[in-house]
Ligand binder design. Structure first.
Ligand SMILES: Nc1ncnc2c1ncn2[C@@H]1O[C@H](COP(=O)(O)OP(=O)(O)OP(=O)(O)O)[C@@H](O)[C@H]1O
Ligand SMILES: [Mg+2]
Length: 242
């Protein structure tokens, strides 16, 4: 049998009262690919990604992860995916190492894996620090560390670097690029930053107002355009970060 795609969405719709957040999205992401969903505030990125994560249910349409639906395979899928929500709340009075061990225990992992992850996300020096005292970038690296504990086949990150300074952003990119070299995981991230999509991802999906405007490899998308920002203005008449 042919290998199923990592993520597949067909004609997915989702509304909240008066807002149509996602309006008929189709997408297919192959295993091992790094894909960015690029779009401004309110584009529907979080709603779409949370449906892929099984946190929200589509009003209509179908989502499959590794060929499976959330309805019938939620326990298996939870073992296969790692996720990082747009805003992670930690337990302030736990230390970094305690937080990682606690989450590791949910997966029945040994402390060896916790040590690997603490090294991977560069938090060894902060292992005894209380989470409440971490900087924004360190908190985000911890959140990514938690999402990597179970060696997920699919990693879903919702705006992993929003609000971070350029240095902290590059540290996160380095972690993800290392993951790309060392594993065959699939990554889907959302972002407002053109540069992030360009630095990390082979394939970019441009989303606005609940629909996919355009998608492709960077080269396919750019064509004659100088930057993805120029392309976005062409598609919508606005800057991405307006
Ligand atoms: N739980 C909810 N209840 C009501 N409206 C919602 C809810 N969640 C999202 N929306 C609306 O759906 C639309 C899409 O929101 P969503 O959070 O998916 O966008 P986004 O692309 O993730 O934006 P951002 O870049 O700001 O995170 C917005 O108009 C938002 O106000
Ligand atoms: Mg969002």
């Amino acid at each position: 049998m042919l290998e199923q795609p990592a993520i597949e969405a067909k004609k997915v719709f989702k509304s909240f009262k008066t807002v149509q957040a996602v309006k008929g999205v189709d997408l297919q992401i192959e295993r091992g690919h790094f894909v960015a969903i690029l779009g401004p505030n309110g584009a529907g990125k979080t709603t779409l990604v949370e449906m892929i994560e099984g946190i929200q249910t589509p009003d209509s349409g179908e989502i499959k992860v590794l060929g499976k639906t959330w309805k019938n395979h939620s326990a298996e899928l939870h073992r296969e995916i790692g996720l990082c929500l747009q805003d992670t709340r930690f337990i302030d009075k736990l230390r970094v190492i305690e937080t990682l061990r606690l989450f590791g225990s949910f997966y029945g992992l040994h402390n060896d894996r916790v040590e690997e992850v603490i090294d991977l996300v560069g938090l060894d020096e902060k292992r005894r620090a209380y989470v409440v005292n971490l900087s924004g970038g360190q908190k985000q690296r911890l959140a990514i560390g938690l999402s990597l504990l179970n060696k997920p086949a699919i990693l879903l990150l919702d705006e992993p670097t929003t609000g971070l300074d350029p240095n902290a952003r590059r540290e996160i990119w380095a972690i993800l690029n290392r993951m790309k070299e060392e594993s065959n995981a699939t990554l889907l991230l959302t972002t407002h930053y053109m540069e992030e999509a360009e630095q990390l991802c082979d394939y970019v999906i441009i989303m606005d107002q609940g629909i996919i405007l355009k998608e492709g490899t960077k080269n396919e998308l750019l064509g004659e355009k100088k930057s993805l920002d120029d392309l976005f203005i062409d598609l919508t008449g606005r800057h991405l970060n307006e």
